[in-house]
Design a protein around this ligand. Structure first.
Ligand code: PAD
Ligand code: ZN
Ligand code: ZN
Length: 375
């Protein structure tokens, strides 16, 4: 029986309060309005940014259905939708590509003005939500909300991918993988033979390591306070790794001791103010490039001497590795299927969707890199 045009009752993980377990609830998902798409989700990763919301480090209105690293099948489409049709295999886009704004028209930029990451309205583009639970509206997150059996997204926030792709793997191409990989290739533009430092070796930092290696870096130094990440970092291309807690000196001084005077490219993928500054200090004062990837707590600001940049460093940041999402995500899926980069080492746990709280516990205790939930 077709569900098109009708509200769908299904399960979703609702976050009612910060730092409280997700509650698996029956929700109602309204049909897509014009230029919207309803998706049956089949897999979703848990990203560090979902956890930032959970902990209150990123503000978004509550109650909310989080999740932005998913993949699924189009169930139905609203009026006027032309880019996808029911039955298409898709990835929801946490950064849309509207194709019309000043950013989308700029070949060098990617953070579409229609994003919901800066103002966090928690709605679709028309300012309303398609989710209700216990009679209350539930907010969307980053225009995607993948911790649900069904979601509704704007047409600008979804792209068709190869139907043969394994969704429980390529869901990572919705956020964590392109974020790290693109930060190395598109933003830092890592050069062959260079030295790179990656601080934070979660799913994003390890994807940065993959990008540095793909670009031909000669030395890739991984830094993390959790040593259990080092084996995977080395498998993916890190030439050496260290734990800053094993030293009394700050990271940039430890690097000098390691005979690493010249760092061409440095990345913060830990998401703390201190590590952002350490990453900047690591790179060479005259030509180093440092990229901010991690999202530090919203209440904290940076304070650094302008001299650090005056000498010639370049300091950059990027969302989703600078990829224009509609253009690039299907290509990344094709590249994964052609074995151009691995995703398997990033996926340490696969859980049923109902076990979402266990997935967050694994992240909090540092036991997982990426947990993928089958929905
Ligand atoms: P994660 O929690 O899996 O990884 C973070 C890693 O940093 C862990 O391995 C920690 O052990 C490590 N870490 C923590 N503190 C320190 C420290 N003081 N020194 C060194 N390492 C430390 O998260 P993730 O990999 O999913 O995400 C990483 C960050 O990137 C996080 O802040 C997230 O919000 C951000 C992100 N940004 C974008 C973007 O578009 N810019 C996209 C996705 C995620
Ligand atoms: Zn746009
Ligand atoms: Zn993410």
């Amino acid at each position: 029986m077709s569900t098109a045009g009708k509200a769908i009752k299904c399960k979703a993980a609702v976050l009612w309060e910060l730092n409280k377990p997700f509650s698996i609830e029956e929700i109602e998902v309204a049909p897509p309005k014009a230029y919207e798409v309803r998706i049956k989700l089949l897999a979703t990763g848990i990203c560090g940014s979902d956890d930032h919301v959970f902990r209150g480090h990123i503000f978004t209105p509550l109650p909310v259905i989080l999740g932005h690293e998913g993949a699924g099948i189009v169930e139905s489409i609203g009026e006027g939708v032309t880019e996808v049709k029911p039955g298409d295999t898709v990835i929801p886009l946490c950064v849309p590509q509207c194709g019309k704004c000043v950013v989308c028209k700029n070949p060098e930029a990617s953070f579409c003005m229609k994003n919901d990451m800066i103002n966090h309205r928690g709605t679709l583009q028309d300012g309303t939500t398609r989710f209700t639970c216990r009679g209350k509206p539930i907010y969307h997150f980053f225009g995607t909300s993948t911790f649900s059996e069904y979601t509704v997204v704007d047409e600008i926030s979804v792209v068709k991918i190869d139907a043969a792709a394994p969704l429980e793997k390529v869901c990572l191409i919705g956020c964590g993988f392109p974020t790290g990989y693109g930060s190395a290739l598109n933003i830092a533009k890592v050069t062959p033979g260079s030295t790179c430092v990656v601080i934070g070796l979660g799913g994003v930092g390890l994807s940065t390591v993959i990008g540095c290696k793909a670009a031909g870096a000669a030395r890739i130094i991984g830094v993390d306070i959790n040593k259990s990440k080092f084996a995977t970092a080395k498998e993916l291309g890190a030439t050496e790794c260290f734990n800053p807690q094993d030293f009394k000196k700050p990271i940039h001084e430890v690097l000098k001791e390691m005979n690493c005077e010249v760092v061409d490219f440095s990345f913060d993928a830990a998401g703390l103010i201190d590590t952002v500054v350490e990453a900047l200090l690591c790179c060479h004062e005259a030509f180093g490039v440092s990229v901010i990837i991690g999202v530090p707590p919203r209440s904290e600001n940076l304070s650094v001497s302008p001299m650090l940049l005056l000498t010639g460093r370049t300091w950059k940041g990027a969302v989703l590795g600078g990829f224009k999402t509609k253009d690039s995500i299907p290509k990344l899926v094709t590249d994964f299927m052609a074995n151009k980069f691995p995703l398997d080492p990033l996926i340490t746990h696969v859980l049923p969707f109902e076990n979402i709280n266990e997935g967050f516990d694994l992240l909090h205790t540092g036991k997982s890199i990426r947990t993928v939930m089958k929905i």
